[in-house]
Design a protein around this ligand. Structure first.
Ligand code: FMN
Length: 227
């Protein structure tokens, strides 16, 4: 096989054209999903695949600082939903006039509608990796955990599962609800489920809250170029 690939001028391990397209499709068609969740259960097999994709994310020093709390129990999700509602009411107060009205019209979480929620935490003190790569920047454990979330999000899109990230939460209260040790950081609270459709553009863009900036506007050459 390897010899045949070499002869054909292809690098060992190269993706086929179809595989390459699949990766980009998952990236461009991934959406943050808050609506359109279906009540059907997510099979353990699929859930296991997307969590294993998360567990194969890069991590500083191979530390793998993440843990995943899988939440299916309705009473737990109800408690988290109450937390979200009060946090969102508080957040709403920082907007006025038309922007406040628009904020109030946004759907910003699907905690109760999504049959599965996953809370992803980061353990900054995990001994695994013996501190390699962490001496200069303690935030890298968090960055590693975010990589795991993104892996899960993309794998879920490839499995046609919707994922919505909820950050409008009182994190201390969430730790109490889920029994998370105080020293851990909560990185993400995710709502996951089968969906009836994926929107083609971000919800916040469709509702007129924000638009995507151009790649050019965030690209610098050799040195930072101010506006
Ligand atoms: C760290 C993080 C926190 C987020 N928190 C929320 C949230 O609390 N509620 C919400 O509706 N969307 C949340 N989002 C989703 C963003 O609004 C969404 O990614 C953005 O609007 C772009 O849309 P897209 O993900 O569909 O491309 C969050 C995304 C990230 C990365």
């Amino acid at each position: 096989m390897k010899a045949a690939m070499k002869q054909a001028g292809r690098q060992t391990g190269a993706f086929s054209e179809e595989e390459r397209r699949g990766v980009y499709r998952a990236i461009y068609e991934r959406r943050d999903v808050r609506s359109h969740f279906l009540p059907d259960e997510v099979s353990d097999d699929v859930l296991n695949r997307i969590m294993d994709a998360a567990h194969h994310a890069p991590s500083v020093g191979f530390m793998q600082p993440w843990d995943f709390i899988l939440i299916r129990e309705a009473s737990v999700r109800r408690a988290v939903h109450c937390n979200f509602e009060s946090a969102s009411r508080r957040a709403a107060q920082s907007y006025q006039g038309e922007q406040r009205a628009l904020y109030d019209s946004l759907k910003l979480a699907g905690i109760l509608e999504a049959p599965v929620n996953i809370c992803v935490t980061c353990d900054h003190y995990r001994a695994k990796g013996s501190g390699l790569g962490r001496q200069t920047d303690p935030a890298v454990a968090l960055y590693s955990t975010v990589c795991a979330v993104q892996n899960l999000w993309l794998a879920a899109r490839a499995e046609s599962l919707g994922v919505g990230w909820v950050s409008i939460l009182d994190m201390d209260e969430l730790k109490t609800i889920l029994g998370i040790p105080p020293a851990l950081s909560i990185v993400a609270y995710l709502c996951i489920g089968n969906v009836s459709e994926f929107n083609s553009q971000p919800d916040l863009e469709a509702k007129g809250w924000e638009t995507r900036s151009t790649l050019e506007s965030v690209t610098h050459l050799d040195r930072w170029q101010g506006a």
